[in-house]
Design a binder for this molecule. Structure first.
Ligand SMILES: [Cu+2]
Length: 405
């Protein structure tokens, strides 16, 4: 299962020494990296230490980790580079994988510092799944080592014979106890952790509309859908609390799948309890001019008390005006823009572009690389038409620019 880390690095790093470079696109992601020195910026501006997964070799990690997307029947080889000081795994929560590839240390394998693991499985069932580290599980989970896996069925349906829908809206609920993240020392029983920070897709409070967690590519978590279409809410919990969704009746929510399988009889739902590790797939159909929120309540599991609410905004796509807001100053120039084939990227302040990533308008990573120069060229001829965000991270400096193909 393990191979020498340097071989995979050589094959995977998009290192740029010259100004010309042809980007590759790939899906599914061939490599996940891990890091233990990440920062999550809380809703009130606090820097919370996190561990997690990421897509770049420089240890840039996010909470939750990257969304892993597959199609029913895909043969997946998920490689995992551990360039952090502790051992980790990827447990494929809910997927039908064999024991050797399940990421539970005692029955599968563990990936120690500077080694590479590879998880082979077939995405045999469509649905909503999760992944997380299974080493010293309570501690590594609360530090942020988890993410969501979507297995889409071909043909735009949830599953064979299931309903069709317009697009996916992944919502991963999680929480953490700030004091633990500030001083991570040891594992503890599940019931000993008392979360005091609650997230949807790594965001809390006003961040759900504005972004600003330090996680790039997504301006916020506002779900929109054209009138007459359905959105598939991909719901999963990595929280230590009970998550209770309050869904407005106008959204006509119908639950079609639970824990990665179709339910025998789909049912209408206005209140949905999601316990840690559970997943549901729920279709909603907002009417014309609809503009409202789904309330995401967190309840303490020990004393069954309500503790916190976040709100996810849902609206008719016709109400969306213009492009999403970009928070950071634009210190990158891209030309020509729009372009059909090759773009030239230049950092206006003369800094090396360093680690760069291109996201599509939904915040999904399209490609990434590293550039030791303030300028580069990227071939975008195989990108789909649309709007993209190019982001470069050089040390503490993050800059972004939008371009259109
Ligand atoms: Cu871990």
């Amino acid at each position: 299962m393990r191979v020498c880390i340097s071989l995979l690095f050589a094959a995977s790093l998009f290192c740029l020494n010259a100004a010309s470079y042809v980007a590759q696109t790939f899906s599914p992601p061939p490599l996940l990296f891990t890091g233990m020195d990440g920062i999550l910026i809380s809703d009130d501006g606090m820097e919370i230490p996190i561990w997690g997964y990421g897509l770049t070799a420089n240890g840039y990690i996010t909470v939750p980790g990257p969304l892993l997307e597959y199609e029913t029947g895909d043969d997946v080889n998920l490689a995992f580079v551990n360039n952090s000081p502790e051992s980790h795994t990827i447990h494929l929560h809910g997927l039908d994988v064999d024991q050797a590839n399940d990421g539970v240390p005692t029955t599968s394998f563990i990936v120690v510092q500077d080694e590479v693991g590879s998880y082979a499985f077939t995405a045999s069932e469509p649905g909503t799944f999760l992944y997380h580290c299974h080493v010293t599980t309570t501690l590594h989970l609360t530090m942020g080592m988890y993410g969501m896996i979507l297995v889409r069925h071909p043909g735009g349906v949830l599953f064979e014979g299931g309903p069709s829908y317009y697009s996916d809206a992944p919502l991963l609920f999680s929480d953490l106890e700030i004091a633990t993240n500030l001083a991570p020392v040891q594992s503890f029983p599940f019931h000993d952790i008392r979360p005091d920070y609650f997230m949807v897709n790594g965001r809390s409070g006003s961040q759900l509309e504005t972004g600003s967690t330090g996680t790039p590519g997504e301006p916020g978590t506002i779900l929109s859908c054209p009138n007459g279409e359905s959105l598939a809410l991909r719901l999963g919990s990595m929280a230590y609390t009970l998550t209770k969704l309050i869904i407005p009746s106008e959204l006509e929510a119908m639950c079609y799948m639970s824990d990665g399988r179709p339910v025998p009889t789909p049912f209408a739902v206005e209140e949905l309890d999601i316990y840690p590790g559970e997943r549901f797939t729920v279709l909603i159909s907002p009417d014309a001019e609809y503009d409202g929120t789904i309330e995401v309540q967190s309840w303490d599991m020990v004393n069954r008390e309500y503790v916190h609410s976040n709100f996810v905004r849902i609206r008719d796509a016709a109400l969306d005006i213009g492009e999403p807001q970009i928070q950071e100053p634009l210190s990158l120039s891209i030309s020509p823009n729009p372009s059909r084939d090759v773009i030239s990227v230049h950092s206006s302040d003369g800094r090396d572009l360093a680690d760069w990533t291109i996201y599509n308008a939904s915040g999904q990573m399209i490609t990434n690389g590293h550039c030791n120069s303030p300028s580069m060229r990227i071939d975008i001829s195989n990108f789909e038409s649309g709007s993209y965000i190019l982001e470069s991270i050089n040390g503490a400096n993050l800059s972004r620019a939008r371009f259109v193909r």
